[in-house]
Design a protein around this ligand. Structure first.
Ligand code: IPD
Ligand code: CA
Ligand code: CA
Length: 258
């Protein structure tokens, strides 16, 4: 059974999801601003976030909030993290791989989270000790053991985010796996690892709101998380490897040997 906090996150996400779906693919109604090359924000990002905050603040007026578009709102030790649209570039281009992300953490520990794709109608949630779920189906990571049979998600950098070794990483992982996917929403990439659709995912230069819910989902689905250097992941880390556990070490070594 979904805990009360997930019911409230679901209510907020599904209400805001109507704004996302209404504006999806409606280029003439979208105001698009660019923060830097490839880093867009639209009026839909702002309106979706406004709607989520309105619902959540009614139930949790004293909590702290960390949001992508409105920044930080200071409150008590309970913190809600929000990415109103993860996959804004997909959203603008009419590619249905987009999600609304809401998570809760206390003292740096993520306790509950949702990832909702209103276009494909998939609602992922997880709570500490209660498993990871999608539309009432329990999620488990894949059990592929042989790297050459695995499909790995990543985020290919663009503009200012390009870093020195990214082509070497792509080359190394392409050579030893069944292929790489760059789907365009880090949150959904993580949910897909939890669902066993992707066998692993890695990305550099992420924000907490991109992956907060996904971290708990992968953990609750039996997967493993570390930084790219193989250290324990924590909420201040900006890079991540999430996997089905079995292939983790092999993948992690390939990414660090470069
Ligand atoms: C982006 C997506 C993308 C990832 C970028 C993120 P946004 O979030 O998660 O997949 O590669 O690093 O910034 O900007 O669409 O919310
Ligand atoms: Ca994001
Ligand atoms: Ca976003």
């Amino acid at each position: 059974m979904q805990p009360a906090v997930i019911n409230i996150f679901e209510k907020a996400a599904k209400k805001a999801g109507k704004i996302l779906t209404r504006d999806y693919g409606e280029l003439e109604n979208l105001q698009i601003n660019s923060k830097s090359i490839g880093d867009f924000v639209t009026n839909a990002d702002v309106n979706v976030e406004k709607s989520i905050l309105e619902t959540l603040k009614y139930y949790y007026p004293k909590y702290s909030y960390i949001t992508e578009e409105s920044g930080e709102i200071k409150g008590d030790e309970n913190t809600i993290v929000i990415d109103p649209i993860d996959g804004t570039s997909n959203f603008i281009h009419g590619i249905p791989f987009v999600s609304i992300v809401i998570s809760k953490m206390i003292d740096g520990e993520i306790t509950d989270g949702i990832i909702y794709n209103p276009i494909l109608n998939e609602f992922f949630w997880s709570s500490k000790g209660k498993g990871a779920w999608c539309n009432n189906k329990r999620l488990r990571v894949s059990n592929r053991k042989i790297l050459s049979e695995c499909i790995i998600g990543t985020g290919i950098p663009f503009g200012k985010r390009i870093y020195k070794n990214y082509l070497l990483e792509i080359d190394e992982i392409s050579k030893s796996t069944a292929g790489i996917r760059r789907l365009g929403s880090a949150a959904l990439d993580m949910a897909y690892v939890a669902a066993g659709r992707l066998d692993a995912f890695w990305e550099n230069d992420l924000n907490l709101w991109d992956i907060s819910s996904g971290v708990l989902m992968v953990e609750e689905a039996g997967g493993k998380l570390t930084t790219i250097l193989g250290e324990k992941w924590n909420v201040n880390c900006r890079d991540i490897i999430a996997s089905n556990k079995v292939i983790h070490e092999e993948l992690q070594k390939k990414l660090t040997l470069l």
